[in-house]
Design a protein around this ligand. Structure first.
Ligand SMILES: Nc1ncnc2c1ncn2[C@@H]1O[C@H](COP(=O)(O)OP(=O)(O)OP(=O)(O)O)[C@@H](O)[C@H]1O
Length: 696
């Protein structure tokens, strides 16, 4: 729950599935091999509230990382909905929702493309007109073949014009149309080569220029989706996730460049808040660039630049390194040829010059860091223009700020990852993750590659950053102590499903699902009492996500699997029967080996007594402790069918008596705050039979 007590969901996931399809290549399809689905994430539904940390815990291979990556759209979901801040992620991603503001350069290039399209259209019409309609105002005297090409040029020109209009209005079809028509124009230009080489050369050059400008426009249009700016991921391994050939400054700056940060919002008004000292406001005008919101934080829909203008003294040198570190003082004398010396740490201004008006009074303008001021003075007015620093400077400042924020020195930005320790590298990873000011961060095993001694420092840093920046976290970990230490709520995953979800404290003190209980039991404890307790570890291997068990996926390993009403066996005996049944279904009983140990021949050569001996041997192999009479007789009857090579009847015999609700019905999670998908819970939801999407 968020700090103000409201429970606003930032992320809502419903029915999320992510299947990886194997044997799904063209060759497989030609050979008619059916694709195999690896059901990495299989029907997750949960919410994450603003400001909270949800932990995702489970054994290796349970689908935690795939869940995180699918939520962030680093993998596309097979099916299911992900809503972020009330909006479906696929809508946030859509092209029509791309950033509203385009750079002037992109508009300019779209204009160039339109002019080229228009010229092509006009040229084509003139050539066609001259060849076929006696319309030849500029005397092209085009031949019939050139006339035919002219018609095609005109058509392509019209299509390109439409395409550039579509681009300017941010439509996907505009992009496609422009690409296709430029391709067509290139072919036409080559065709024209055989008819009119000069026209062809002009056409080729123009088409190539068109293609180049198109790619530049595309870069501006097809920025990575807005959703990715609001979210980030911190990877497990700080060694492999940082490119060793890039300086850490470049590493942290990379997402800023990819997303064209800083981004200006044309809907934010910019104005100046001017105080003057010794200079009459009536002789002062201040122009503020509309895009200063790039450099300054807007307050609602307005960004205000505090500007102080004061009279300076001729001969005074103002060294801004000595001023308030949060502020940059830019000064110019009234003459415009002031000697401004930019240093890495600030700006010094020599105001010894005299004003063009003859005054020896200098003008000093103080503005916030990251905007620059230029002063112009004529006999009537002093004009101060405020504009943001260049994007490159703003990005560098941001990188320095981020480095400071994660506890590293901003001077280190030219150094390379190998010069840092594991903990420091993970701090660099955090700085990179936070570069675009995300609201939601997936932390994928953030400390598991680190020394124990630095794990706590990194976790504390993440905690501080969460408070300071109102971050919401999804923390993926198999380390229960990390989860317990950090998370508000916890979801436990097993084979692609959430088996239990609830507040961290409730889940750790009162686990509801046998899998959660087993996971908690498997954690080594520090105290002697605890160490001596009997630890019930989970038996068996995790089944394959290619063919997960029916019903409850944990049932093949569950120490509490539910027996049918008329069966009352010890859990271990029931488990042994279930395991035997599974082996029979998989036809994996080592009959031949057991036959050798008791020296019983195969097939018709064996007598009834031989077969009984073989059944005895098999029974003893799997049931060291004898079963009650009725169960012994059922199991032996099944084994007899096995010995007679009738595996199907053997499996049916066992299924008839021992089939558990755990295998026939998939338990779903109830909507309670603390819920477990287990038939032992009275509030369990019974899931309908599922349909598996195909690999198409
Ligand atoms: N690209 C892929 N192609 C096929 N199978 C995949 C792919 N990525 C993951 N899987 C499978 O999906 C299942 C879930 O993997 P995932 O990495 O999400 O699990 P995890 O719980 O994060 O495990 P770990 O803690 O080991 O990272 C695994 O069985 C894995 O083999």
């Amino acid at each position: 729950m968020s700090e103000d007590g409201s429970d606003r969901s930032l992320l809502r996931v419903s029915g999320l599935r992510k299947y990886f399809f194997e044997q799904n290549t063209l060759v497989d399809r030609l050979l008619r091999t059916d694709p195999v689905a690896v059901r990495a994430v299989d029907g997750l539904s949960f919410e994450i509230e603003e400001g909270e940390t949800l932990g995702l815990v489970g054994e290796s291979g349970s689908g935690k990382s795939t869940t995180g990556e699918t939520i962030l759209d680093l993998q596309s979901p097979t099916i299911g909905d992900i809503e972020y801040d009330g909006q479906n992620v696929s809508d946030i991603e859509s092209y029509s929702e791309a950033p509203r503001s385009l750079s002037v350069r992109a508009y300019l290039l779209a204009g160039v493309l339109a002019v080229f399209a228009l010229a092509t259209l006009v040229g084509g019409v003139l050539a066609a007109g001259s060849a076929f309609a006696g319309f030849d105002p500029v005397g092209t005297g085009a031949s019939t073949p050139l006339g035919v090409l002219g018609v095609l040029w005109a058509l392509a020109g019209a299509a390109l014009l439409a395409g550039s209009f579509g681009l300017a209005t941010q439509r996907v079809w505009g992009w496609r149309l422009a690409v296709w028509t430029l391709g067509a124009l290139l072919v036409l230009a080559i065709a024209t080569l055989f008819v009119e080489p000069i026209v062809a050369v002009v056409g080729v050059v123009a088409s190539v220029l068109g293609v180049l400008s198109l790619f530049k426009i595309a870069r501006a249009y097809f920025r990575p989706p807005a959703f990715r700016r609001e979210t980030a991921i911190l990877f497990q391994d700080p060694f492999s996730s940082l490119d060793p050939r890039q300086s850490i400054g470049d590493i942290i700056e990379a997402p800023l460049k990819t997303h064209d940060w800083p981004i200006s919002d044309p809907e934010i008004d910019a104005n100046a808040d001017v105080t003057t000292d010794g200079i009459g406001p009536d002789e002062l005008s201040v122009h503020v660039d509309a895009n200063v919101d790039k450099a300054l934080e807007p307050d609602g829909s307005t960004v205000t630049v505090p500007v102080t203008v004061r009279a300076g003294t001729a001969g005074e040198t103002i060294d801004t390194t000595a001023s308030d570190p949060g502020e940059l003082t830019i000064a110019t004398p009234s003459s415009l040829d002031a000697d401004v010396i930019t240093q890495e740490t600030g700006v010094s201004v020599d105001v010894s010059g005299t004003g063009s008006t003859g005054s020896d009074r200098a003008i000093v303008v103080e503005t916030p860091e990251l905007v620059t001021a230029t002063v112009n003075r004529d006999s009537e007015t002093i004009t101060v223009s405020i504009e943001p620093e260049s994007d490159a400077v703003l990005r560098k400042h941001r990188v320095q700020f981020l480095l400071r924020r994660v506890g590293l020195s901003p001077d280190q930005l030219d150094r390379y990852p190998h010069e840092f320790s594991g903990g420091q590298r993970q701090r660099i990873g955090i700085a990179r993750a936070l570069a675009l000011e995300p609201d939601f961060v997936v932390l994928d095993e953030p400390t598991s590659a680190l020394d124990v001694s630095v794990q706590a420092q990194v976790l504390n840093l993440l905690d501080d950053l969460q408070d300071e920046l109102d971050l919401t976290y999804l923390l993926i970990s198999h380390d229960l102590s990390v989860i317990r230490h950090v998370c508000d709520r916890v979801a436990v995953m097993y084979l692609g499903e959430i088996v239990e979800i609830g507040p961290a404290n409730d889940l750790f003190t009162d686990p509801q699902h046998p899998y959660t209980e087993a996971l908690l039991e498997s954690v080594p404890r520090a105290s002697t009492d605890e160490r001596n307790r009997t630890r019930e570890t989970i038996s068996g291997d995790v089944p394959s996500p290619r063919n997960p068990p029916s019903g409850c996926r944990f049932r093949t390993r569950c120490p509490k699997v539910i027996q049918p009403d008329d069966v009352e066996l010890e859990q271990s005996a029931y488990r042994a029967i279930m395991d035997l049944r599974q082996r029979i279904e998989d036809r994996e009983l080592p009959i031949a080996r057991v036959r050798e140990t008791v020296d019983v021949p195969a097939g018709d050569e064996s007598t009834a007594a031989d077969r009984a001996e073989l059944v005895d041997a098999l029974y003893e192999r799997y049931f060291a402790n004898d079963l009650p009479d009725r169960d012994r007789s059922t199991v032996r009857s099944a084994l007899e069918h096995v010995v007679d090579d009738d595996w199907a009847t053997a499996a049916d015999t066992l299924r008839e008596r021992y089939e558990s609700v755990c295998e026939t019905v998939n338990p779903g999670l109830a909507t309670e705050r603390h819920a477990a998908a287990c038939h032992l819970r009275t509030d369990v939801r019974k899931e309908p039979a599922e349909t598996i999407p195909s690999g198409d």
